[in-house]
Design a binder for this molecule. Structure first.
Ligand code: AMP
Length: 650
């Protein structure tokens, strides 16, 4: 059967089982018997990620081994090892093809997605079609060509954050609340859950980033929420931009509207500056930097630094030695130039603010607080324009913009694992679905079942019927989007209800239910009322997500990776130990005055021999280093012991 469905418009047949507004969502979540233990809050960012934990009523943002509280969401592959976070970011300019970042832009998307297609031209690493329309990332690792799902790369970032938390807490961490942009669709959310599973984390909840920041803000400022206030969260990070309008009263948060752009953020500002400096380089040196991914990567890293400097200074120096064909590049960028280059992007952000307010039915004069979240909100011009938009209203900056999202997620995680949290005992958090969801009906028209900005979890049921006499099956096509015709929206999945009782058209009643759970995962079920014949579809978007077998395979591979990395580490330690033993024995032979000359020569010879062997054997098996070390030490110490005049081993 084709996509022909007619439906009865009767609104009274709609069932809305959203929780009543007075029922605290957290209370019911906490009362579910969840395993206790440390659960962390993770802001899995496009460019930077952050992990926080809430213990005994205190939230701690966990620093990485470089003492930074945000860690680059970056993974690099070399001929010897895999690097995650800071070490990966640092070497990006030297190894651009195998340094992977921004996977949050790819996760849950199909290869043919126009956004993927336009993005992949910008990546120095290779994005390929990995079968079934899936996106894969191709790199060279240990001398071999390897392909990874975006979920696998995100899992490596998550695993790194998990290890940071475990090192800080001194205990295994297996549960997390992970934040996602408000605009993430079902496939992207499911893919994030898959990435967590690969990293060995069970997801207690996915929450929208602005919502999480609002929790952090509510905690810091709990006294302010005695009267109802409208709050606008302006979250401009590295790669994504979200605007959320929330109402807050007596510690109760309600998200009224969300809007944003999955492709607007600091990365775009860096790119603008990089494009500008590429032209400047061409003018000055008549060379095209875009011919070298390595040079472009180094230039972008320098632009990111300069951009940060321009938030506190009016000029920034960009200085890169031997940028291209041995030519150095030194220049000065002014804040005015930077602002001019990015002016349209700043204004585009304000258009989203306007749209969000419109969706929420809130006038700008009715917004009490404007909360800044995300590193890019530090840009003075962005702050100025936003404040001007709100007729000079002061912006709230008391929450650290880089950490607010993880901070709120940590509180959410603590509450979900049954920890009491004094300031938040009455906290109710309502989340909403950011995109309308519906079915295709006659003529390719989108019939919206769950409207955009509906509070979740939610369950909506509608009656549909057949369009032909004796129709034996019904083909349902589930779409997301705001356009009237489905061809302009996004197909999420299909479900066929077969075995319908023969009947004239419009007689069978088929109940179609859209259920969105607290993680925003959609399940669509269809049931013929009389026969009870039913079919269910959980939208995991096969074009974007991994199946269970694939996840198991990746988890297994990941374990192998870790075992390999551990073996590599042990090998390095054995090599290092042999090297230091050689140097130590050499020093003893040279410095030990009581050692007989022949013995001294013999020890030095053995040390030289070992050093030469080491030079040519940097990749020998661990056992060989250990055996060499034992032999060297046994022989040398025996010589030293026998041939020192006082007969003692030094
Ligand atoms: P987030 O995703 O919130 O961690 O934000 C990361 C983005 O914020 C990156 O693009 C950073 O370059 C940018 N960022 C961080 N600090 C600053 C700053 N002081 N001025 C401008 N942009 C910044």
């Amino acid at each position: 059967m084709g996509a022909d469905i007619s439906h009865e418009e009767a609104q009274d047949t709609m069932i809305n089982s959203s929780p009543p507004l007075s029922a605290p969502l957290f209370k019911s979540a906490a009362s579910r018997a969840r395993p206790k233990g440390p659960a962390v809050g993770i802001d899995l960012g496009t460019t930077y990620s952050c992990v926080a934990v809430c213990q005994k009523g205190m939230v701690e943002t966990i620093a990485n081994s470089h003492s930074n509280r945000t860690t680059p969401s970056c993974v690099a592959f070399t001929d010897r090892e895999r690097l995650v976070g800071e070490p990966a970011d640092v070497q990006a300019g030297l190894n651009p093809e195998n340094t992977v970042f921004c996977t949050k832009r790819l996760i849950g998307r199909s290869y043919g997605d126009p956004l993927v297609q336009s993005d992949l031209k910008r990546y120095p690493f290779q994005v390929v079609e990995g079968g079934n329309g899936k996106v894969k990332i191709q790199v060279s690792y240990r001398g071999l060509e390897k392909v990874f799902h975006p979920e696998e790369i995100s899992a490596m970032v998550l695993s790194n954050l998990k290890q940071m938390a475990e090192a800080y807490l001194g205990r295994p961490v297996t549960q997390a609340v992970i934040t996602v942009p408000a605009y993430f669709n079902d496939a992207q959310r499911q893919a994030t859950i898959d990435a967590a599973a690969i990293a060995g984390l069970s997801v207690l909840a996915l929450i929208n980033e602005p919502t999480s920041a609002a929790i952090a803000y509510g905690l810091n400022d709990s006294d302010r929420w005695k009267v109802k206030r409208n709050l606008l969260v302006f979250d401009l990070g590295g790669g994504t931009f979200d605007v959320s309008i929330l109402t807050v009263q007596d510690g109760i948060f309600e998200v009224v509207a969300t809007t944003g752009d999955t492709h607007l953020g600091g990365e775009d500002f860096d790119q603008r500056l990089a494009d500008h400096l590429t032209q400047e380089f061409k003018k000055k040196h008549n060379e095209d930097l875009t011919q070298s991914t390595k040079a472009m990567q180094r230039l972008k890293a320098a632009c990111e630094k300069a951009k940060r400097t321009l938030s506190s200074n009016v000029t920034a120096i960009v200085s890169i030695d031997a940028l291209y064909k041995g030519v150095d590049f030194h220049t000065v960028v002014t804040r005015a130039t930077f602002e001019d280059l990015c002016s349209d992007l700043f204004h585009a952000a304000l258009l989203h603010v306007e749209r969000g307010l419109e969706d929420a039915g809130v006038k700008k004069s009715q917004v009490h607080d404007i909360v800044l979240v995300g590193g890019s909100t530090r840009i003075p011009m962005m702050q100025k324009l936003l404040s001007q938009f709100f007729d000079g209203q002061e912006l709230c900056k008391t929450v650290n913009p880089d950490e607010a999202v993880a901070y709120g997620a940590a509180i959410h995680a603590a509450i979900l694992t049954g920890h009491r949290y004094q300031n938040l005992q009455n906290l109710l958090l309502l989340d909403i679905t950011p995109v309308s969801l519906g079915l295709e009906t006659v003529g390719g028209v989108m019939d919206v079942v769950v409207k955009r900005n509906s509070p979740i979890p939610t369950k909506e049921t509608r009656n549909f019927s057949t369009t032909e006499d004796n129709q034996s099956s019904l083909f349902l096509q589930v779409y997301e989007g705001e356009r009237t015709l489905t061809k302009h929206n996004r197909l999420l999945g299909t479900v066929t209800l077969s075995g319908l009782q023969p009947a004239p058209r419009c007689v069978p009643i088929i109940l179609v239910t859209f259920h969105i759970d607290h993680n925003s995962i959609l399940t669509v079920s269809a049931m013929e009322r009389i026969s009870g014949n039913n079919k269910q579809l959980t939208i995991t978007d096969t074009r974007g997500c991994l199946d269970r077998e694939e996840i198991e395979r990746i988890v297994h591979e990941e374990e192998e990776h870790r075992a390999q990395e551990k073996a590599e580490e042990e090998k390095r330690e054995a090599l290092n130990s042999l090297e230091s033993s050689t140097l130590q024995l050499k020093r003893v032979a040279v410095e030990e005055k009581s050692l007989d000359d022949r013995a001294k020569r013999r020890v030095l010879e053995m040390c030289e021999e070992t050093a030469a062997w080491l030079e040519g054997n940097r990749r020998a098996p661990k056992k060989e280093y250990e055996a060499r070390k034992r032999e060297l030490e046994d022989v040398c110490y025996s010589i030293i012991t026998h041939f020192t005049t006082d007969g003692e081993k030094p």
